[in-house]
Design a protein around this ligand. Structure first.
Ligand SMILES: Nc1ncnc2c1ncn2[C@@H]1O[C@H](COP(=O)(O)OP(=O)(O)OP(=O)(O)O)[C@@H](O)[C@H]1O
Ligand SMILES: [Mg+2]
Length: 471
């Protein structure tokens, strides 16, 4: 890009810290761009309205209106100037939000000049009409967007975001162990660490320790030299080598066989290894992230997993909560997957009925987020109306899994216990009748062989509203 062309680009830097502004101006001007500044969010909006701006670097914490607020306003006004959000140490949660608001990328402090340069080049189109932002936008590339989509506002997820942020600022010799039930997002978290630590363009190399046959896993790890065994007709690089400065994700580490556990331990200790049949030491420069849904503690006690390897892997430990322990995130996730599958399946389902949200929130999701995602995908596929109804969900969720109302039997008199169970029965009976008659009290009572008055008395007793069942 010629300097004359560069000068045509105007970059706005928004920060309330004069030192940061100064540093930015120095770098950008030296590189031949024209740069202007603003000290708070409102000034940033005014500047964008009155000047031609091609790219914005903006701190997240700003007086008057914060960086995310400015970003939101710009997007609401359909102003699609690429915005790079600058976040403080360890606040991945904001970084994720920034991405969801359509930030081009985010930078964490302390700022790295090379990174600023690289992002500036990426964010600015070659010439204003040659490419749309979307073509250039690394995060509008679906593959990458998916990797950033960690959804959840519960405290438990906030803690995870903070940990991801923290880990991403550590040297890559700091290994991470991610534990959690199946489908809780272990791989997604590993990718988030990778992306937030390194940005785009570094390899993320996943190896599933239980999917690769045991006799092949060693050469998957280390690669081999030509002629090292029959069939080794050519040198092959292993995954540890291919990962370069990126990330090695060892999935289902709990299934790793003892001899490979020992070899992996050595690699973690010495940060180097040899290809099979070779004697040249090769440095490992990637970060190791391991994941397991088994309890490694239990495996150690049983003698199946080396304790010394556990300590090497578990420098930082991230425990993902099962979905049922953050049930408050279920509506958010459900709506997120609804939007995703509306798009994938070209459907226009608008939302969930209150009853279906209640049903989802009380279900205990043994398969966690993966199960929720699959459920919503099928529901979107099968729904022809505007709303996903609870009848459909009820059919899909195996009846056994729906939380049984606990039967308050112990500690009460026979009469009281019978009354309690009767109440549970009556309530469920009335609700199911109303539900299969779409909230029509007359036909629901008829089909129950009850008088309308009796039916209504029962509805009143249990505070049931027929409106809730209209579809
Ligand atoms: N917080 C989240 N927000 C949005 N989607 C999520 C979240 N966590 C997980 N998912 C989605 O749920 C599915 C399962 O996630 P992932 O593969 O990361 O789980 P896992 O813990 O590795 O499961 P397993 O132990 O079965 O390998 C994926 O499609 C993933 O995109
Ligand atoms: Mg996984």
């Amino acid at each position: 890009m010629s300097d004359i062309k560069k000068n045509a680009f105007r970059i706005l830097v928004v920060d309330d810290d004069a030192k940061i502004l100064y540093a930015f101006l120095e770098v950008l001007k030296k590189d031949g761009y024209s740069a202007i500044t603003a000290n708070d969010g409102e000034e940033a909006l005014r500047t964008v309205a009155s000047e031609n701006v091609d790219l914005i670097f903006m701190d997240i914490t700003l007086p008057k209106l914060d960086g995310l607020g400015v970003l939101k306003k710009l997007r609401e006004q359909n102003i699609n100037i690429p915005v790079i959000i600058i976040t403080g140490y360890g606040i991945m949660q904001n970084a994720i939000k920034a991405m969801q608001l359509g930030a081009f990328d985010y930078l964490t402090k302390p700022l790295d000049i090379e990174k600023i340069r690289e992002l500036t080049r990426k964010a600015l189109p070659e010439s204003s009409d040659s490419k749309t932002i979307k073509d250039e936008h690394p995060l509008l590339n679906a593959d990458i967007v998916d990797r950033y989509d960690l959804i959840g506002r519960s405290d438990k997820m906030q803690d995870i975001y903070k940990l991801i942020g923290l880990v991403s600022t550590t040297p890559n010799t700091v290994s991470v162990l991610i534990t959690g039930e199946s489908g809780t997002g272990k791989e997604l978290v590993a990718r988030s660490i990778h992306n937030s630590a390194l940005g785009i363009g570094y390899p993320f190399i996943g190896i599933n320790c239980s999917a690769v046959p045991d006799n092949l896993l060693e050469s998957e790890f280390f690669g081999f030299e030509k002629g090292s065994f029959t069939g080794a007709i050519d040198r092959k690089l292993g995954k540890f080598e291919l990962a370069h400065n990126g990330t090695i994700f060892l999935d289902e580490i709990g299934n790793l066989l003892p001899n490979l556990q020992q070899k992996l331990l050595r690699v973690l200790q010495e940060r180097e290894f040899e290809r099979l049949g070779g004697d040249v030491p090769i440095k490992v420069q990637a970060r190791f992230i391991a994941a397991t849904n088994r309890s490694l503690d239990a495996e150690i006690k049983k003698g199946n997993f080396r304790e010394d390897l556990f300590f090497r892997l578990n420098v930082v430990s991230i425990k993902l909560p099962p979905l049922r322990e953050r049930a408050e995130d279920i509506p958010l996730l459900a709506n997120y997957f609804l939007a995703k599958y509306n798009e994938h399946l070209s459907k226009k389902v608008k939302g969930f009925s209150q009853r279906s949200l209640n049903l989802l929130s009380s279900y205990h999701f043994p398969g966690n987020i993966r199960e929720l995602e699959n459920l919503i995908e099928r529901a979107v596929m099968l729904t022809r109306g505007e709303e996903i109804g609870h009848e459909l969900l009820e059919k899909m969720i195996s009846v056994n899994y729906i939380k049984e109302p606990s039967l308050p039997v112990a500690g009460t008199s026979f009469r009281q216990a019978r009354e309690n169970i009767l109440q549970i029965f009556e309530k469920q009976f009335i609700e199911e009748k109303l539900s299969s008659h779409s909230g029509n009290v007359t036909s629901a009572s008829k089909s129950s062989n009850m008088s309308r008055q009796n039916f209504q008395r029962m509805m009143k007793k249990y505070n049931i509203n027929s409106e809730d069942f209209k579809s």
